[in-house]
Design a protein around this ligand. Structure first.
Ligand SMILES: Nc1ncnc2c1ncn2[C@@H]1O[C@H](COP(=O)(O)OP(=O)(O)O)[C@@H](O)[C@H]1O
Ligand SMILES: [Mg+2]
Length: 304
């Protein structure tokens, strides 16, 4: 299964959430490939705490590979290469988590040609055979990265491969409108996809939203003042109405992540050890487990 993670804006929590979903899928026994197609800002190495790849790899990253500058895309086994001790010990029933990093000092593509699309098809087709789940983190917005994979997945070689599209957005007014625009707007995902030969209904059926850093409006432990709590609840209800009006309502949502203090200060995987030591909230780990479960659950993807 090919999973494309995208968002209209940067800073939506797309990479952090995608890495955490990939990690949870690996813990549940699946082999997962994580492909960094956020060419201008390849952060996956940092999220998996691979110090040699904090900002991508020096040789053979995804950008160089697509340009034909190397024959194979660089890859690294996260469990082996990570500096984080607890991440090395994923347990015997876990799958493999393999990172295909971006290029250090890489930049966004300014244009896309047939050769790039062909190489993208080859990479994704090969990975989809080797890994049950392939997560591709795309550059934000109406990027060339999005263009490349929309073209690639419309071609006969990838047509029969299962593809899922995850659109990440924060739980704010602007982010909701931006995410809706990315999907339904001019030159958005649906319009661009259709121009490359995708069936719009099918594309829409394979797309779900992920709301990130959503505040808990029902928290009994909350330190909010009464006026703040009332405002938050009212505001949250207004956002829900806005999301529904913009076709991002509950039925189109894969799930959400709660605001996590650890992630406000540090981009990282939330491990069970972080929860057991009371550093991270258990609700955050549970949210990622649930997102991972729904992602691979066929029932999630029944037509809306
Ligand atoms: N659930 C969350 N709660 C609080 N902060 C979060 C949460 N998820 C992500 N973040 C933070 O938001 C920032 C942007 O996340 P990132 O994944 O880099 O976004 P993107 O890939 O969309 O640019 C990071 O500092 C990250 O740690
Ligand atoms: Mg990112």
């Amino acid at each position: 299964m090919l999973v494309f993670s995208t968002s209209d804006k940067g800073g939506t929590g797309r990479s952090v959430t995608s890495c955490n979903i990939a990690y949870r899928l690996c813990l549940s026994g699946r082999d997962v490939a994580y492909v960094d197609f956020d060419f201008g800002s390849p952060t996956a190495g940092a999220l998996f705490e691979i110090s040699a790849m904090e900002r991508g790899t020096a040789v053979g990253g995804t950008h160089s590979y697509l340009l034909g500058e190397c024959d194979t895309a660089a890859s690294v086994d996260v469990g082996t290469a990570t500096d984080r001790t607890e991440l090395k010990r994923v347990g015997p029933r876990s799958g493999r988590l393999v990172l295909f990093p971006g290029d250090e000092g890489g930049a966004e593509f300014l244009a896309c040609d047939d050769a790039i699309v062909t190489r993208c098809v080859e990479l994704l087709a090969t990975l989809d055979q080797e890994f049950p789940v392939v997560v591709v983190d795309l550059s934000a917005g109406r990027s060339i990265a999005l263009d490349i994979v929309l073209q690639a997945t419309a071609l006969p070689q990838l047509r029969r491969h299962t593809a899922r599209w995850l659109i990440f957005h924060r739980w704010t007014r602007q982010h909701i409108l931006a995410a809706s625009g990315l999907v339904y707007g001019q030159h958005g995902l649906l319009q661009t996809g259709a121009s490359y030969g995708h069936d719009s209904d099918e594309l829409l059926g394979s797309l779900r939203y992920v709301r990130t850093a959503v505040p808990d409006t029902n928290s009994h432990l909350s330190t909010q003042r009464a006026a703040q709590a009332a405002w938050l609840q009212e505001h949250d209800a207004a956002l829900r109405r806005l999301a529904t009006a913009n076709r991002l309502g509950t039925t189109a949502v894969l799930g959400e992540s709660p605001i996590e203090p650890v992630l406000q200060y540090r981009e990282q995987l939330i491990l069970d050890s972080d929860v057991n030591t009371h550093i991270a909230n258990i609700e955050t780990a549970q949210a990622y487990i649930e997102l991972a479960r729904r992602l691979i659950d066929i029932a999630t993807w029944e037509r809306l």
